[in-house]
Write a protein of this length. Structure first.
Length: 446
């Protein structure tokens, strides 16, 4: 038995997320697509056939915990290795110890957190030991392993994709923390189901964030006669975000994105930036916002300012590269640009009009003149007959119709005079005038 000392911290000094770390698969939350009854990863663990693997998923979904459970279940020596603080020297020391353990009949499970931070040489150092079976390597990464783990190591590992925990999973985890002796089980705590759901939503799929937030809320809530009561004010004070009550899957989510869209459409950059801040400070995924801006760039700005689409795509990439909170300024740049840009919804209207005809006429044949004719049979069937190659003409124009006969008079795209689209309008009018003055001769019978 380990003797207690005056300087040994009590269990309650350990963070709640650490105290509540699952010890078995039965305590593990989420990842049912991998760990549900009969699923592949569960079978590998239960049958003691765990091989080297990569866990790819967002933070706080249980990558480290799952590796520890596998080590315990398979009776392996567990070594936790961080790519942030370790280099080649540390790798060699761990590998030497693993090799000695292998000779004694003991397996070593080496868990490498943030394996994507290792360079190619560091990753290659694992290869001979993985191949000899000296170690079972489990790497964890939040980045796509196809790009961040070198091919030689990746080919020797199974990749398992872990998903962000659902609100239901996180709410269940929070309830367990309130009753489990490792958590707050010995302490009467009054907190409503709605508040637990709000905390689960705020955590955005991250169990560590959910438990850390719960701990902060409970420790700062007032106690009376030994009972701790959590109020909405305590939630707001601890998180310092009034928009914590924002439900990313509920009505307010759609209300705010609608407010952002309509403010930009109304050329009101101040309102647009405010609604952007409301969403991001509530914990909204910045990539969701960036995707909506990309759509807006074509739907509401279009060819009135073709650069809008380029800028919004760049804002998405910037948000992906640097994440929150740094990407807030990138999204603000895109939102302000879209707000003050000239507006045109002619591209949106063009597609919607064409879609209606396409859905009604899905069997309408492609005109023979613009069909490809790679074989003699197709040529014999007149595929490509009458095709006119625009580059062979001085004007780079022909009168050849490209719509089916039943749709020859349709006009889907009607440019506006807004911004740069006025140039498109002028160009299109000249093209139509030229074609009107150069009609096709009557079709010959075939």
């Amino acid at each position: 038995m380990t003797q207690q000392t005056f300087f040994q911290p009590s269990p309650q000094d350990t963070p709640l997320a650490t105290r509540m770390r699952p010890q078995s698969l039965s305590q593990f939350s989420g990842q049912q697509h991998l760990l549900g009854p009969g699923k592949i990863l569960r079978r590998l663990i239960e049958e003691d056939r765990a091989a080297s693997m990569i866990f790819w998923g967002p933070p706080g979904v249980g990558k480290t915990t799952l590796a520890r459970i596998i080590a315990g279940r398979t009776q392996s020596h567990f070594v936790n290795f961080s790519a942030v603080t370790s280099g080649i020297k540390e790798i060699k020391e761990v590998m030497a110890g693993a090799e000695r353990s292998r000779l004694l009949g003991e397996r070593t499970l080496l868990f490498v957190d943030e394996i994507h931070r290792f360079n190619k040489a560091q990753q290659d150092a694992f290869l001979p030991f993985v191949e000899r079976g000296s170690i079972v390597l489990i790497g964890a990464t939040t980045e796509n392993p196809s790009f961040e783990v070198n091919a030689a190591l990746l080919s020797r590992c199974r990749v398992f994709v872990l998903q962000a925990l659902s609100t239901q999973d996180l709410a269940a985890l929070l309830r367990r923390a309130l009753t489990d002796p490792r958590g707050f089980g010995g302490q009467p705590i009054e907190i409503s189901e709605d508040m637990l759901t709000l905390l689960a939503n705020f955590a955005n799929g991250d169990a560590r964030t959910a438990l850390n937030t719960l701990e902060m809320v409970v420790l700062n809530a007032p106690s009376d006669s030994g009972r701790t009561t959590v109020t909405p004010d305590i939630l707001e004070q601890c998180i310092n975000r009034k928009s914590l009550l924002y439900d990313k899957n509920g009505e307010e989510h759609y209300n705010l994105i609608s407010a952002l869209h309509k403010s930009m459409r109304n050329s009101d950059p101040d309102a647009a930036v405010y609604w952007l801040a409301r969403m991001l400070e509530a914990g909204e995924d910045p990539l969701y916002v960036a995707r909506r801006l990309i759509r807006f760039a074509s739907e509401d700005v279009g060819l009135a300012d073709p650069r809008a689409l380029e800028l919004c795509t760049a804002a998405y990439q910037a948000s992906h590269f640097i994440g929150m909170p740094e990407c807030t300024v990138n999204l603000t740049q895109a939102v302000v640009y879209l707000s003050v840009a000239p507006k045109s919804n002619s591209l949106y209207k063009a597609y919607e009009a064409a879609k209606k005809d396409a859905q009604k006429m899905l069997a309408e044949p492609v005109p023979l003149a613009i069909r490809n004719a790679p074989t003699q049979l197709m040529k014999d069937l007149h595929y490509g007959q009458g095709y006119q190659y625009a580059h062979d003409t001085e004007e780079k124009l022909t009168s050849m119709p490209c719509l089916p006969d039943s749709l020859l008079d349709r006009q889907y795209y009607t440019p506006t005079t807004q911004g740069l689209e006025s140039r498109v309008k002028d160009r299109l009018e000249k093209i139509k005038a030229w074609k009107a003055g150069h009609p096709l001769p009557p079709k010959e019978e075939t």
